[in-house]
Design a protein around this ligand. Structure first.
Ligand code: MN
Length: 204
């Protein structure tokens, strides 16, 4: 898997640009939400990461290696930088609605159906207390699992390969959905690009 944020010559990380316009995911995610989420929240994690790396022996390492090795605030900001680039990448205003045949077969085997997987992830999002992420992840053999991780938790730390990440921090939905996390997560499925998720599965 490639690093989700690219290094530049002075080894500082830069936020990855959105692969679509800020307003392109409306009405499911508004332009205002995307501007705050990308330009404020995500950019702040990257800025804090760079600040913390000034005093870290992990400076100059790829982001994924930092995420795997760091603890405390450095882990939190490295993981949030990685998680957000991954999150924005998997969304599209013209999403492919169906997983690849390969991923579809794994979903059917491990969850029964795509609808059942979506229901399980929605339930995990509703059940996660506080801030965090709900992940669809795979192991090297292709078996799928759902993880509900608090805060910046990332499946890579458990030796699993992230395929799809749902950000359930309030900052991800509060402008559009206020306290209605379930509505926000339900709406997100309209812009999840299963081509991206399937490509991640194929590359695992
Ligand atoms: Mn977020």
């Amino acid at each position: 898997m490639t690093a989700m944020t690219d290094t530049v010559t002075d080894s500082r990380f830069e936020p990855r640009e959105l692969p679509y316009d800020y307003g392109a995911l409306a009405p499911y995610l508004s332009e205002e939400t995307m501007r705050f989420h990308h330009d404020k929240h995500y950019a702040s994690y990257v800025a804090k990461l760079n600040e913390l790396l000034l005093d870290s022996p992990l400076a100059g390492q790829p982001l994924e290696d930092i995420l795997l090795a760091a603890d405390g605030p450095l882990y939190n900001n490295a993981a949030q930088a990685w998680n957000h680039a991954f999150f924005f990448e998997q969304l599209s205003p013209q999403p492919q609605r169906e997983p690849s045949p390969e991923l579809r077969a794994a979903i059917d085997r491990d969850f029964g159906s795509l609808d059942a997987l979506v229901t399980r992830m929605n339930q995990a999002a509703a059940g996660l207390f506080g801030s965090g992420w709900v992940w669809l992840a795979a192991d090297r053999q292709g078996h799928l699992s759902i993880l509900a991780e608090p805060n910046a938790g990332n499946p890579l730390r458990k030796g699993l390969i992230p395929l799809l990440g749902i950000d359930v921090w309030e900052h991800a939905y509060y402008i559009d959905y206020r306290n209605r996390r379930a509505d926000a997560v339900a709406a997100l499925w309209n812009v999840v690009d299963w081509r991206c998720v399937s490509d991640r599965y194929a590359r695992r």
